[in-house]
Design a protein around this ligand. Structure first.
Ligand SMILES: C=CC1=C(C)c2cc3[nH]c(cc4nc(cc5[nH]c(cc1n2)c(C)c5CCC(=O)O)C(CCC(=O)O)=C4C)c(C)c3C=C
Ligand SMILES: [Fe+2]
Ligand SMILES: [Fe+2]
Length: 332
């Protein structure tokens, strides 16, 4: 029985692409004060009123466009990542996965790991760039679950890996592999990250700087320009820019005829990459006069991702596991 556990954590997704399921999901997600930093008394009437009355039907339609036979892409790819990583680590380490919102819940999976005998657990939010709205809230939920226990496991947490050489290398190799498979050579590479309200930056969130650092390192690794933009704006506040949709609409006028968009802040493809970028982004770019568009899939459970996670986990488990868990590089 493994006494070491690794819990991969991702954002969460609805159980089904229907209005009621999406309303439940958005109700939980958007009630998190780490995500929407507006006082509860002001925000809840807006959320329970106009937002949850109108948005779920619109979002459910978008989810239906990307839903897979096995379920929501975010859950399917996160589950596959955990399964492949489990094969790679072997039975000594138990690898599981959970979602911050919806199912499988963090509390359920942590309790299951503990019941299976894990007395040391690495909590691994799968966000390369730290953000209070993602990394911190995932860890808050872990600590809240642990707070209910009499006997707690020893805990470690995976730090943000935005500048880790293994992350940059995984992005480089997966980008080059995917570019080589395209039937055109893109004039431009655009790295689109999930946006955040601009205000969170001045409040001290390192997210923006970490996105910029990842892009700079990837650009150096690829030896070509990579433009940065931010997508998925929500609400009326000013968000980080430049906005991905506006950028895609402006590029053709700047003589950029073809573009490949990568989404390196997302560990797994999801609504935001498959619908907003691969579908709507393509439409925007082509309607503005662009000629060729590609969305490069996220790392998901690719061979590049497996090397990355094994290296990150190996480093964080140092002292808990012995030397057979050395870093690996492609080809050995
Ligand atoms: C204030 C609202 C939001 C903030 C802040 C926010 C930050 C944030 N989100 C992700 C990653 C994902 N977000 C996803 C979906 C999604 N995000 C918001 C709003 C905020 N996100 C909404 C309302 C939705 C739901 C879809 C919709 O109705 O438009 C997803 C995809 C989930 C899926 O099921 O596929 C991901 C992943 C990050 C990384 C982030 C901050 C850096
Ligand atoms: Fe989001
Ligand atoms: Fe979106």
């Amino acid at each position: 029985m493994a006494n070491i556990g690794v819990l991969l954590i991702n954002l969460g997704t609805p159980d089904a692409p229907d209005t009621a399921s999406v309303r439940r999901y958005l109700g939980e997600f958007l009630s998190d004060q780490r995500v929407v930093e507006i006082p509860k008394l002001l925000w809840q009437p807006i959320l329970r009123g106009p937002i949850l009355l109108t948005r779920p039907a619109k979002s459910a339609k978008a989810y239906r466009e990307v839903w897979l036979d096995e379920g929501s892409p975010l859950a399917v790819y996160t589950c596959e990542t955990a399964a492949r990583l489990q094969e790679l680590t072997g039975p000594e380490i138990r690898v599981d996965w959970a979602m911050r919102y919806g199912k499988p819940s963090i509390a359920d999976r942590l309790n299951a790991m503990i019941a299976e005998g894990c007395s040391r657990i690495l909590l691994a939010p799968l966000y390369p760039q730290y953000c209070a709205a993602t990394t911190a809230t995932a860890l808050d939920a872990c600590y809240a679950a642990l707070a209910r226990l009499r006997v707690q496991p020893a805990i470690r947490t995976l730090p943000p890996y935005y500048a880790d050489p293994s992350y940059i290398e995984a992005l480089r190799t997966s980008t080059e592999r995917q570019l080589a498979a395209l039937d055109f050579k893109p004039d431009m590479l655009l790295a689109s990250f999930h946006g955040m309200p601009e205000r969170t930056r001045t409040l001290g969130d390192p997210y923006y700087d970490q996105c910029r650092a990842s892009v700079k390192l990837l650009q150096d690794a690829l030896g070509r320009e990579v433009r940065l933009s931010f997508q998925s704006r929500f609400g009326r506040a000013k968000w980080l820019g430049p906005a991905t949709d506006e950028t895609l609409r402006e590029l053709p006028a700047q003589a950029v005829r073809s573009v490949a968009v990568l989404t390196p802040g997302f560990s797994a493809d999801c609504l935001e990459t498959l619908e907003e970028i691969a579908m709507r982004g393509r439409e925007d770019f082509l309607a503005a006069g662009g000629e060729a568009f590609a969305h490069l899939p996220c790392l998901n459970a690719s061979p590049e991702a497996m090397i990355l996670y094994r290296n990150l986990i190996g480093r964080e488990l140092a002292g808990w596991v012995q030397d057979e868990f050395r870093p690996i590089r492609e080809g050995n």
